[in-house]
Design a protein around this ligand. Structure first.
Ligand code: MOS
Length: 724
């Protein structure tokens, strides 16, 4: 079996040699360059745009404003949300909103001209900070992709809390965060009559195709979206953001290919963010630590309603993680004058888990109980809200193996009790979980006469290993070494596949690859004309039976075909809805905090994960480590700051938006507990991209409490919060 092995990335060598061409590296004959002009006020209307100076600048070809922009088809029939604004009106809803696009012969000419565009505003009253208007919270219209309702309730939590032996009642806050992938957002658009080709950095070529077809009111087949490599996305490349449609609009206006790459600063205003949340958690337990009630009331920030709506699903984990007869969750939104928030690695789960797993730690303290023991006493054998069984759950083994590898038993409970000279040592842990998602997907597999294999799907590889895992699955079925499988993806002309989000690329695409490969194998075996195909197998380009063999080339010649191919369309089993399908994990953190200066250093990490069957051990480990690093950033550093007066983001750059670097990261030990889920997918995998980020912030907050006795309930945990 090649599936499960540590396989080098198929695209790794091309990437380190610079041969993997990202969207921004493409060019087209006669390509012009576009630059976005953004609003400097957070609310109001545009009262006039003077482009005369800019138009007189050298090389300027066109300036798009709401006055001359093409009217787009804004019907929301498409599955993929259309993101606004798209120069369709004069209303300004946030600082940084796109108000004009300057197109010129060269990038520098476009930049120079953009600086000369003069926009006048009638400024309105802006709501810049969510916390000022919490009382105006409202129920989300769209929630959890329609999978669940904003509010749930089983039992009677408020009554069950009466007379509890231990209670936690606390508010937890998570800030706005931005994804900051290395690769900037970019689009290169080219029209040929009413056919549009777009090279762009996206997690969803199928979504981009659908959105563009809707906006320009042309058949989907007329739109080709190409994206063979993605330099990270973390969710911000899931939607098709306005710059893509604006690039296509500009290309049509100047009748030339146009390239628009947003700047690093514009990455903070043009493609969503993780919304600020304010969450109230109430837990009650009896003296044995059994949970009597859980209440999780979540508020999250969203944009002004006309730019869409996005709700952080902070409470969904509290509905299913622990055995408890009385659980209530609510979700409400608060509109501010900021752009539309979006998915960011483990959306909802990462923020919600910080609240729930911090509260569980506080409950353990109130009960004088070991935090791992408290979780084991409340281990859910079935989903307590839906009553459904889990499709698979290896969480108990994650706690045990994680605790053992971490030496959790050496932890002494009182805060501040573990020291190394003047350094305070803290140990904390948290549970992790993330749902197993899957959508319909298709793939083509073709075997050539020489035994080489081609696999094709209109999916995308965010750097997570999709090229590699697709090759592994086909190689196993068709009996060839993985080197003989060539994978092509990132082109909307290939068989369609869903967004690479929600950790579901493997779960969606690999079953299609496997199905198509099965069909190719069966067709090939049939071409031999031999009966008893059950005894036949494929071995590196040769069909072998117990006492005979035939090369696949000879089998194809016999059938009169140059190659054998099949396309498979697969979708989740209807039985899947009868189960709660989740991946799980246990995170163990050690922090070292200077007793006087309160500098915080993560010094050790063990994460044990049940992510179902692992397809590629090497890329899985990289994903797990990457997810933990992402969580360390969330816990200790990341925070987008908004100026309360002007509603502008003041740290819209990666110098002042802090993220971890290598020196901030300890040796990370990852343990994989395989608990295959064959209900979600025949391959048994559960998805891995977001799970390792969940639980990191709480594990660190809990470790910080253990080191210092200070409970920090607002992220990020900076040293100033430990100096009070
Ligand atoms: Mo992920 S936040 O679903 O791209």
């Amino acid at each position: 079996m090649i599936v499960g092995q540590s396989i080098d990335r198929q695209d790794g060598r091309r990437k380190v040699l610079g041969q993997a061409k990202y969207a921004a590296e493409a060019s087209a004959d006669g390509m012009a360059h576009a630059i976005l002009v953004q609003s400097t006020v957070a609310a109001g209307t545009i009262s006039g745009i003077d482009t005369s100076k800019a138009r007189a600048m050298p090389g300027v070809l066109e300036i798009l404003t709401p006055d001359n922009a093409d009217k787009l088809n804004l019907k929301q029939g498409a599955r993929q949300p259309v993101t606004f604004p798209l120069l369709q009106g004069n209303e300004v809803l946030y600082s940084g909103q796109h108000v004009a696009v300057v197109v010129a012969e060269t990038l520098q000419q476009a930049q120079a001209a953009a600086a000369k565009v003069s926009v006048r505003y009638r400024a309105g009253e802006a709501v810049t900070i969510m916390d000022a208007v919490l009382s105006q919270a409202y129920e989300p219209k769209k929630f959890d992709n329609g999978r669940s309702k904003p509010d749930t309730k089983v039992g009677d939590p408020d009554a069950a809390m009466q007379g509890a032996a231990a209670m936690v009642d606390a508010t937890y806050i998570t800030p706005i965060e931005h994804h900051n992938p290395m690769e900037l957002h970019v689009a290169i658009a080219q029209w040929n009559g009413d056919r549009l080709t777009v090279r762009t950095a996206t997690q969803a070529i199928s979504g981009a195709q659908e959105t563009l077809a809707t906006l320009f009111d042309i058949p989907k087949e007329n739109v080709t979206v190409i994206c063979p490599f993605v330099g990270g996305g973390f969710g911000c490349k899931g939607n098709t953001w306005p710059h893509v449609a604006l690039t296509a609009m500009a290309a049509r206006k100047v009748n030339r290919p146009v390239k628009l790459e947003v700047t690093r600063q514009q990455m903070f205003t043009s493609n969503g963010y993780r919304a600020r949340t304010v969450q109230k958690l109430k837990l009650a337990a009896d003296s044995d630590g059994k949970l009597l009630a859980i209440r999780h009331d979540g508020l999250s920030q969203t944009s002004q309603p006309s730019t869409g709506e996005f709700a952080e699903t902070v409470g969904v984990e509290s509905r299913m993680l622990y055995a408890c007869a009385n659980i209530a969750t609510t979700h409400r939104l608060v509109s501010v004058n900021q752009g539309l928030p979006t998915f960011m690695r483990a959306p909802g789960e990462a923020s919600g888990n910080f609240a729930l797993e911090s509260a569980m730690d506080e409950l353990a303290v109130a009960l004088s109980m070991d935090p791992v023991e408290l979780r084991l006493r409340n281990y859910a054998e079935f989903d307590p809200t839906s009553g459904r069984p889990f499709a698979s759950k290896g969480l108990r083994a994650c706690y045990r193996q994680g605790a053992e590898a971490f030496n959790w038993s050496r932890r002494t409970p009182p805060p501040g009790s573990m020291r190394d000279g003047r350094v305070l040592i803290g140990m904390g842990m948290a549970t992790s979980t993330y749902p197993t998602n899957r959508m319909a997907a298709s793939a083509l597999v073709r075997m050539m006469a020489n035994g080489d294999v081609l696999v094709r799907s209109g999916t995308q590889d965010l750097g997570t290993g999709t090229y590699t895992t697709m090759a592994q699955v086909a190689a196993d079925v068709l009996g060839v070494p993985v080197e003989r499988v060539r994978v092509e993806l990132g082109d909307s002309r290939f068989p369609p596949a869903p967004v690479s989000g929600g950790s579901m690329t493997s779960a969606s695409v690999l079953p299609a690859v496997q199905q198509a490969a099965f069909q190719v194998r069966d067709k090939l075996l049939a071409l031999t004309g031999w009966n008893a195909s059950g005894d036949l197998r494929l071995d590196n380009g040769v069909v072998r039976g117990p006492d005979r063999q035939m090369s696949v080339g000879d089998a194809m010649a016999r059938g009169g075909v140059p190659s054998v191919e099949a396309t498979a369309n697969t979708k989740p089993s209807p039985d899947a809805d009868k189960y709660t399908r989740h991946a799980f994990g246990a995170q163990f953190a050690e922090v070292r905090i200077d007793a006087d200066l309160r500098t915080i250093k993560v010094s050790r990490w063990v994460g044990a994960f049940d992510c179902g069957k692992v397809i590629s051990a090497k890329t899985a480990r990289s994903q797990l480590i990457g997810g933990i690093v992402f969580g360390i950033g969330m816990a200790l550093m990341e925070e987008t700051r908004v100026d309360p007066e002007f509603g502008r983001i003041v740290n819209a750059n990666i110098a002042e938006y802090h993220m971890p670097v290598n020196a901030d990261i300890p040796d990370i030990q990852t343990i994989v507990v395989e608990s295959p889920d064959t209900i979600s997918t025949p391959l048994g995998l559960k998805g891995i991209g977001e799970l390792p980020t969940v639980g990191v912030a709480a594990a660190i907050a809990n470790a910080v409490w253990h080191a210092t006795g200070t409970r920090v309930r607002e992220l990020p945990i900076r040293l100033d919060k430990l100096l009070v």
